[in-house]
Ligand binder design. Sequence first.
Ligand code: GLP
Length: 227
Amino acid sequence: MAAYVFARQIWEKPDSVLGFAIGSTPVGMYRCLIDMYNGGMVDFSQVTTFNIDEYYPMSKVSPQSRDSYMWENLFSHINVRRERVYLPNGGAADPQRACDEYEKLLIDRGGIDLQLLGIGRNGHIAFIEPGESMRVNMHVIDLTEDTIKANARFFESADHVPRRALTMGIGSIMNAGRVLMLASGTAKAPVVKQMFSGVITPCVPASMLRLHPDVVVLMDEDAASLL
Ligand code: GLP
């Protein structure tokens, strides 16, 4: 279903700007998009893509980078043009400057038409961590212990997880034409419940999506089990 939301976006607007996210959850959707591409159902030749976040520091060529994930799970298998693929630069010497440049590129390309999001166990979207306030634009953020622990599975150990990240701000996400959120597994059930029925607060960044006019949430029964 998630792949169809993306395919429909491209059918309606072949030069769409797509916002992509990584994680375990979207892997199946990317696989379906590859199948659709191989079946001649969808053409990525005119799309532009932006990824929403990256660890900092993170070398582009590291197996844990967004670059590696996206090329391995999607881009190498479809006809997206390399020059229209944008990923935050986790290797930049000046991370805030890299964020400002990325934000400008995104604005120049007209903003995001369809943004894919997952959800962290602590309610984060992209790497916008829970806190008392949220920044509007792309920025550098300190990761919470919970996020470091949750993502340790992709590294040798929690000690190897970078402590900081570059993340889109809530402004770019709220400005996206449409948002598609995917959630799966019982570990996400408590936060999914909070997102839908708690107060709207930066302490649960995903709760902000209730203020967005066009959000699709797709989840499995486990993630929805407390609703
Ligand atoms: C990371 C990413 C998020 C993603 C989350 C959930 O923290 N920054 O964008 O939504 O993981 O990932 P998973 O799908 O693996 O549970």
